[in-house]
Design a protein around this ligand. Sequence first.
Ligand code: 4AD
Ligand code: MG
Length: 467
Amino acid sequence: METPVRTKVKELLKKEPGIDVLAKGWVRTKRGNKGIAFIALNDGSTINNIQIVVDKNAFAEDLLSKITTGACIGVIGTLVESVGSGQAVEIQAKRIEIYGECDPMKFPLQKKDTSFEYLRTVAHMRMRTNTFGAVLRIRNQMAFAIHEYFHGKGFVYLNTPLITASDCEGAGQMFQVTTLDLNNVPKNKKGQVDFSGDFFGKQTSLTVSGQLEGELGATALGEIYTFGPTFRAENSNTPRHLAEFWMIEPEMAFYDIKDNMDLAEDFIKYLVKCALERCYEDVKFLNDKYDDSLIDRLYGVIDTEFVRLPYTEGIKILEEAVKNGTTFEYPVAWGVDLQSEHERYLVEKHFQKPVILTDYPKDIKAFYMKQNEDGKTVRAMDVLFPKIGEIIGGSEREASLEKLEQRIDELEMSRKNLEWYIDTRRFGSCPHSGFGLGFERLLLFVTGMTNIRDVIPFPRTPKNAEY
Ligand code: 4AD
Ligand code: MG
């Protein structure tokens, strides 16, 4: 018998019956009766399994006993029309090869515990489940769609450094990078750590954002975007925070805050549409299994115009809600940073659609944002989403050299460390804007998953850095 070339399950399921095929994959289930066995085989190419029908009399007992859940096998057989498998075709097995056995007693993926909490403890294996297969295929399609979107608009993909000496957000949440001997840290006369002998000759960290370098790119190439990992040492143990997450940061010369909002809205809608068009089977699986309003929510975002609302108006709505009996854990007043409960009230209760909140108090936002004429607010924009809260943070940037330097001084930041950044305002300064989309926050939205640890293969959170 000639060996057919291996075909992925996704392709097999689309083929016409009547040909010999070779399928390879992992056994999801095996059931049957005395004479016949039905194997559900999956190879990760699709949420769907291909059914293998085995005439037990034609195979050795020993071989059949090794076909257990989790085992890896190759099957040569004839593709035939299927009556009962839920798919158009199935494979009538002629030859089976066991590549890797799987002891059912020791296999970490058991039917008895499939909770997300448990699966996080065996994250090295959870990609073999239907749910994580679906989530990671969607993640892959979204990453591709992001590049496609910006490429189509002529944006330049810019690689900004992961190791940096500057704190973009000024929030002091940086992981330090050093090769100093931590058991014998060199100190200067003042008793402070002497970084001059460190690898880079100065104090460095993992980046919290590629924006500052992105601005250098935008003020040279016009429109750029970054797409890479960012790191935050914030000790927030929430379902929406990771210590290592991926961010997409477009930065555009000659865009004002309105252009910035238009781009953000169009970008998210494009991605959600792609999820529905290119990952429908996976999205449908997640919808049917966990959250049957997921697909409606996705269509809801595509079909609706986002609300655009100044922060001050948002606070009024929240204060009104409190007056009318709504209780929040954190108090609401002009000047406070909004908590996710506040953001979700505006999005889910009040407007029932995505909201772009603008013109935040300058004291709760980063130094680089363009100051408004009122002297109190900055041209910031946060995109707030149902079930998620903040999915995008961005702003028009301060283009005035004088105002930027003043703000850096007010915040007692080091101007010396930022000279290279300030140069963009010294030499041919231009109006420009940008934003950052949290990739995993986007994935929470399009998959309907409720914990950010479940939309990234290897989550890093406080006290957790497995693998
Ligand atoms: O609002 P952030 O902090 O904005 C910036 O970093 C800007 N420099 C972006 C820019 O204008 N270029 O972060 C942007 C987005 C948030 O809206 C959120 O979606 C995501 O990044 N994010 C996180 N995602 C997961 N875990 C965390 N700890 C996150 N912190 C922020
Ligand atoms: Mg933010």
